[in-house]
Design a protein around this ligand. Structure first.
Ligand SMILES: O=C[C@H](O)COP(=O)(O)O
Length: 254
């Protein structure tokens, strides 16, 4: 089923004390101000996962997610964390293929295919990120880039797996830059993604797919972005580090 989701990606920010404080502020504001059907996800650094899961208020509709995982289930991979370990903390989601992972850690589409597989096998929900660089946008190849990212990462997937996933379109040039994609630019790609998957797996699957927008989304531009017919919410970086801004973005998705 297509869902309304706002996910906060804290990236490598917030020590444990500040993280719990922010988490509690967000929970408090959600309780006081949000009564809609929006699903809210917080993706902190790995080591905060258990603490935040324990700090969850039963009266608040909120899920926890990780920002990455290793593709293997266990083994001699010093410093890595698997999807099964993430699942044991109480998390429900894992971000896969964020452009910062692709860029700084050389994660390829084929590696991401294995990670998606691992996440799904462990009963977690991947938030799978795709998006073009500024060079690719200016060079006019962005549709091909998106198509390739989806088709290569689909290697281990069946149509049915997509119904268990969330996709996030994040143009790399809009991430952390203040340069948001216009609602029309974002809608164009979201609709392209939906059509691509409709052609491959059928209209019903595509109609039920949740596709988020990410890239300099803030309380001022969120409503216009979320009003687009194929945008189902946002993956929020910088603005998710301020409880007030994050909750105002959630409220824009109604
Ligand atoms: O995962 C979140 C995205 O990278 C967006 O980050 P941003 O909202 O700081 O541009």
């Amino acid at each position: 089923m297509r869902k309304n989701i706002v996910a906060g990606n804290w990236k490598m920010n917030m020590d444990l004390e500040k993280g719990i404080q922010l988490f509690n502020e967000i929970q408090q504001l959600l309780k006081e101000e949000v009564s809609g059907d929006q699903e809210v996800i917080i993706c902190p650094p790995y080591i905060h996962l258990s603490s935040l899961a324990k700090a969850l208020d039963a009266d608040v509709k909120l899920s926890i997610g990780a920002q990455n995982c290793h593709h293997a289930d266990s083994g001699a991979y010093t410093g890595e964390v698997s999807a099964s370990i993430i699942a044991s903390t109480g998390a429900d989601y894992v971000i896969i293929g964020h452009s910062e992972r692709r860029l700084y850690f050389s994660e390829s589409n084929s590696l991401l295919a294995q990670k998606l597989d691992a996440v799904l096998k462990n009963g977690l929900i991947p938030i799978f990120c795709i998006g073009e660089t500024l060079e690719q946008r200016n060079g006019g190849t962005y549709f091909d880039v998106i198509k390739e990212q989806i088709s290569e990462a689909s290697f281990h997937l069946q149509g049915n797996d997509y119904s268990k996933m969330v996709l996030a379109y994040e143009p790399v040039w809009a991430i952390g830059t203040g340069l948001t994609a216009s609602p029309e630019q974002a809608q164009e790609i979201h609709s392209f993604i939906r059509n691509l998957l409709a052609n491959k797996y059928g209209q019903d699957l595509a109609d039920n797919l949740t596709i988020l927008y990410g890239g300099s989304c803030n309380p001022k531009n969120a409503s216009e972005l979320f009003a687009q017919p194929d945008i189902d919410g946002g993956l929020i970086g910088g603005a998710s580090l301020k409880a007030r801004d994050f909750v105002d973005i959630i409220k824009a998705l109604s």
